[in-house]
Design a protein around this ligand. Structure first.
Ligand code: ZN
Length: 179
C-alpha cells in the first residue's frame, strides 16, 4: 500500500512528464475508484491540500484538491469542497496576477512566492463522468493551477524567477511571525 513516503520528490523524471488523459471507461473503473481513495489518504497523511497522480508515479491526468481551514501547512485559508478532477483544462480569464506562498509535497521543506493569473476557468470530468466548469479566483485558483501544472510536468519552482522568493520552511515561518 502506498503511503505519503511514496510521494515522488523533485528530480524524479515522472514529475516532468506530460500526463496522459483518462478514457471514460478508465474513470468508471474500480481501479480508478481505489486510486482516488488512495490519493485522498496520502494527501491527508502528508498534510497537503492537493495531490496530482504523477506525484505518486501515475502519469495520468487526475488531481484531488481539498482546502482545510485547520491545515497546519497553510494557516488562515478557508475550507473548500472536495474536488476530484480528470482531464482538466484551464483558461486564464485575466492577465491580472496574484502572488501566494506555495509549497509542494514533492518539494518538501521549501516555500516559494508564485505569481499566477488570479481568475481562471477550469473544465474537467468528475468521478461520475459529469463535465464540470468552475470559475475560480483567490487562493483556490492558485491551488488548481499548481495541481494542473503537475499534469503538464511543471513545478512551482519553475515560475520563480527571483530566487529570493524561494525559502526554507523554517525561514518562511519566521517571516510570518515577524509580520
Ligand atoms: Zn505540488
Amino acid at each position: 500500500m502506498l503511503g505519503h513516503k511514496d510521494i515522488l520528490k523533485m528530480g524524479n523524471p515522472i514529475l516532468r512528464k506530460i500526463a496522459q488523459p483518462f478514457s471514460e471507461d478508465e474513470i468508471k473503473s474500480n481501479e480508478t475508484k481505489i486510486l482516488v481513495e488512495r490519493m485522498w489518504k496520502i494527501m491527508e497523511e502528508a498534510g497537503g491540500i492537493g495531490l496530482a497522480a504523477p506525484q505518486i508515479a501515475i502519469s495520468k491526468q487526475l488531481a484531488v484538491i481539498r482546502l482545510d481551514e485547520s491545515s497546519d501547512r497553510y494557516p488562515g485559508i478557508d475550507s473548500s469542497p472536495e474536488y476530484v478532477m480528470f482531464n482538466p483544462k484551464i483558461q486564464h480569464l485575466t492577465e491580472d496576477t496574484q502572488g501566494h506562498w506555495e509549497g509542494c509535497l514533492s518539494i518538501p521543506g521549501l516555500r516559494g512566492y508564485v505569481e499566477r493569473p488570479n481568475k481562471i476557468s477550469v473544465d474537467f470530468t468528475d468521478q461520475n463522468l459529469e463535465s464540470k466548469n468552475l470559475i475560480l479566483d483567490g487562493f483556490l485558483a492558485t491551488v488548481f493551477q499548481h495541481e494542473i501544472d503537475h499534469l503538464k510536468g511543471k513545478l512551482y519552482v519553475d515560475l520563480i524567477s527571483n530566487k529570493e522568493l524561494l525559502l526554507y520552511e523554517e525561514e518562511f515561518i519566521k517571516l510570518n511571525e515577524n509580520k
